[in-house]
Design a binder for this molecule. Structure first.
Ligand code: SAM
Length: 352
């Protein structure tokens, strides 16, 4: 028998648990910090105008680097990869990356859950090439069916019809189920909640409402602008009878509600009023190769430096493991006046 030259991992190190006992199951990979939308709650155009300096190309991880990091993460227990940004579909040749990631064998030889979050604007052109490359499903962000409301929220007057056409293209390409995320901001798109729910009931997409969060610093977030999950459930429940459904798996972020008339489900992501840090198994890799252990982190860990100086996967694995073992983030449970001014990273830069 030939002896392995790879160092034997320390007990427990191959599936590390953090200081709060949480395993590493999901990796969100941002492939760009650029976006063609200027959503007021994420990347307002007053702050991110024409002269804003996005990352230069050489500072962004290459597809080969992303594949390597993802593969090492999978070795640590990651089962799900979500591609995000910025707007991931603006990264050139994205289907090539999807094909590389789809070829990674999941833990125990299973297929990885490989998905992507997008504003949908380029899905008509890219849904089929992405599906052909091995993407399994997709989540589309859409904040209203009303052009005036949606245009004001996306900051560039992008028409609803083009996103709906992108969703159709995703369904035609078999990227099923299509999930649709809607951020609800009080006084801005509350009136779109019921029309969106009615549309989702008719089309069969899985709709999830998201409480407006205090990510980054540019959106001028105020607690008064959050429509609490309980209010959203009451609004929907007043229109159609609903009943709660238990989570499909540990760590599921959406509270799920079932329509009693059999017309599917709706989810509500309540990161502000009912935080779910205790079950958070997510890691984030930014486009420039920073590893973040929380959406609200104030600093990342330099994976790009590690990847560009040390070719050994074992060293990279040990580097990532050490960071996860030391993780104690639970920002949303600690959110208060005292956390308001922490120097948080913008969501488009970290990866949403
Ligand atoms: N561009 C892609 C998209 O639109 O889905 C991916 C990146 S985007 C940052 C990911 C998700 O984060 C979107 O669903 C967006 O609505 C959500 N998001 C951004 N800022 C948010 C905030 N302040 N509160 C809640 N959700 C937010």
């Amino acid at each position: 028998m030939t002896a392995s030259l790879e160092p034997v991992p320390a007990p427990g190190a191959s599936h590390p648990r953090d200081l709060l006992g949480r395993p590493l199951r999901d990796l969100r990979i941002s492939v760009t910090d650029r976006c063609n939308f200027r959503c007021t709650y994420c990347m307002p155009k007053e702050v991110f105008g024409r002269d804003y300096a996005f990352l230069p190309h050489d500072q962004i991880l290459t597809f080969e680097e992303i594949e390597r990091v993802a593969r090492v993460f999978v070795g640590l227990g990651v089962e799900k990869l979500r591609i995000t940004g910025g707007e991931p579909l603006v990264r050139r040749n994205l289907p090539d990356l999807i094909a590389m990631l789809a070829a990674i064998e999941g833990p125990g030889g299973d297929e990885l859950d490989l998905t992507l979050t997008t504003n949908g604007s380029a899905l008509r052109a890219l849904a089929q090439p992405l599906a052909d490359a091995g993407l399994r499903r997709v989540t589309v962000s859409l904040d209203s069916l009303d052009d005036a409301v949606f245009g004001a929220m996306n900051g560039i007057d992008f028409p609803v019809a083009r996103v709906l056409d992108g969703i159709d293209a995703a369904l035609e390409a078999g990227l099923d189920p299509v999930k649709v995320n809607m951020v609800v901001r009080r006084g801005v798109n509350e009136d779109s909640v019921l029309p969106m729910a009615a549309w989702a009931r008719d089309t069969g997409v899985t709709l999830r409402f998201i409480e407006y969060m205090d990510v980054g610093h540019s959106n001028g977030w105020r607690l008064e602008e959050v429509v609490p999950a309980a209010d959203l459930a009451a609004t929907i429940g007043a229109a159609w009878a609903i009943a709660p459904v238990g989570p499909a798996y540990r760590g599921e972020v959406a509270d799920r509600w079932r329509y009693l008339d059999g017309r599917g489900e709706v989810g509500i992501i309540s990161s502000v009023t009912r935080p779910f840090c205790g079950d958070c198994t997510r890691a984030r890799l930014s486009a420039e190769g920073q590893f973040y252990t929380c959406l609200f982190a104030v600093r990342g860990h330099d994976v790009r430096g590690q990847v560009r100086t040390d070719p050994s996967d074992a060293a990279l694995s040990a580097f990532l493991t050490d960071i996860w073992l030391g993780r104690d983030d639970r920002y949303s449970e600690l959110r208060s006046e005292a956390t308001n001014d922490l120097p948080k990273i913008e969501m488009f830069a970290m990866g949403g």
